[in-house]
Design a protein around this ligand. Structure first.
Ligand code: ADP
Length: 403
């Protein structure tokens, strides 16, 4: 039986990894190479249950970063593998599968060529995703690679949810439609929620809230995505760390005209300089810092929290209607798992759905599964920690021939 699986998430200047033993789904080691391409590249590494250590590495490109990762994983003192022969399959996080990849896929040359064609859907992330796969194919040629797409789980959306109200040519010619992101997390959460509810996946209706630096909410009908808050790109939907989420599209061309901004500048403004950070000035729009400042009376931070909760509650209410009444509302991601204030901002607005917050449980639950609504809440609100890497490992296991 297949056992040892490496999960790789390669970004433009970083390569994150996790090594799993699929017997018992144990994480053995994890880490990342950061600042790839700079002379100050760094490897952060830890074995399960041990503190992480950081050391400089030579990583001019992703292939070199991968070699450094494989070296530490097989290091006699620090490693978790006796030799590279133990790496039996590699799972890769890939940002965009467009309509080509509705599921995870084992990568061969033809598949890789198809993934390369999707670079225009994610010009920032896709080249690095492809680079990570190519490096693995070159360095470990006998090991199967599996691509797991952030968009795939959302491919079940019906046209009425996925299409924009534009002339058809924009969809037909350029593929402009809603794709959605965080699919791997939403999928993991649907499985975990079904377990929690003791129902088969095919019968659960949910509203899943993945709230982190980037945030998205999905409507799950009978275990499948009916709608999701992100769009063609991750810019749509909720108020996020540095992304504005939904705005009147006319704001874009109005600001462009007023401030003489070109598309690249507008992209930066709405993706990197808006959202919680834009409203408050707090770097990265970090929820911890915003809550701390709001508690001290900072008006901009108080407003940002209300905006965050208002927008999220709007989606939860709408999606609850669309799925015909959710069996549960699930919170996950850095904020969803850890921020009682962030969750309260949403739940306190859901009274019309019969949601009743359990203030003590909500204040207590942090980074673990638990109920944060009262027993008589009409819809249970549940915190479930996500695990995208494990989900990637599971998909890889299945496609690479594990049982
Ligand atoms: P990413 O989208 O980058 O994966 P995460 O899921 O790690 O992000 O979420 C990051 C967000 O979670 C930040 O806004 C951070 O402040 C928030 N967060 C993490 N831990 C806590 C905590 N203990 N209390 C409140 N917020 C937290």
């Amino acid at each position: 039986m297949l056992r040892k699986i490496l999960v790789v998430n390669s970004g433009s200047s970083s390569l994150k990894f996790m090594m799993f033993d699929m017997k018992g789904e144990k994480m053995l080691a994890k880490g990342l190479v950061e600042r790839i391409g700079s002379p100050n590249a760094n490897l952060v590494y830890s074995r399960a249950g041990e503190p992480k250590a950081s050391s400089p590495v030579a990583a001019p490109d992703h292939a070199a970063a991968l070699k450094a990762v494989l070296a530490v994983l097989t290091d006699p003192a620090k490693g978790v593998l006796k030799s590279l022969k133990e790496v039996e399959a590699i799972g890769h996080r890939v940002l965009h599968g467009a309509e080509v990849f509705k599921e995870s896929v084992k990568v061969d040359k033809a598949v890789l060529a198809k993934i390369r064609k999707l670079v225009p859907f994610g010009p920032l992330h896709m080249p690095a995703n492809v680079g990570g796969i190519e490096a693995c194919m070159r360095i470990l040629p006998r090991v199967p690679n599996v691509a797991v797409f952030d968009t795939a789980f959302h491919q079940t959306m019906p046209p009425c949810a996925a299409q924009y109200a534009l002339q058809p040519k924009y969809y037909k010619k350029y593929g402009i439609r809603k794709y959605g992101f965080h699919g791997t997390s939403h999928k993991y959460i649907v499985q975990a929620a079904a377990k929690w509810l003791r129902k088969p996946v095919s019968r659960v209706n949910l509203v899943t809230c993945h709230l982190g630096n980037g945030s998205s909410i999905s409507a799950i009908k009978n275990g499948k995505v009916l709608d999701t808050s992100m769009g063609l790109t991750p810019l749509a939907g909720l108020v996020m760390g540095t992304r504005c989420g939904d705005i009147d599209p006319a704001v874009v061309f109005t600001v462009a005209a007023l401030e003489k901004m070109d598309p690249a500048r507008l992209d930066r403004l709405f993706n990197k300089e808006s959202g919680l950070q834009g409203v408050t000035g707090v770097a990265g729009g970090d929820m911890r810092d915003i809550c701390a400042k709001a508690a001290k009376g900072d008006e901009a931070c108080k407003l940002a929290l209300e905006m965050f909760g208002h927008r999220a509650a709007f989606y939860v209410g709408g999606y609850n209607t669309l799925v015909g009444g959710a069996d549960a509302i699930i919170f996950t991601g850095g904020i969803g798992e850890n921020s009682s204030d962030g969750r309260e901002q949403i739940m306190k607005r859901l009274g019309a759905l019969g949601v009743k917050i359990d203030k003590a449980a909500n204040a207590r639950i942090r980074g673990e599964a638990g109920l944060v609504s009262t027993k008589d809440s009409k819809i249970p609100c549940v915190v479930l920690p996500t695990n995208e890497e494990l989900m990637i490992a599971r998909e890889t296991f299945a496609l690479a021939g594990g049982r």
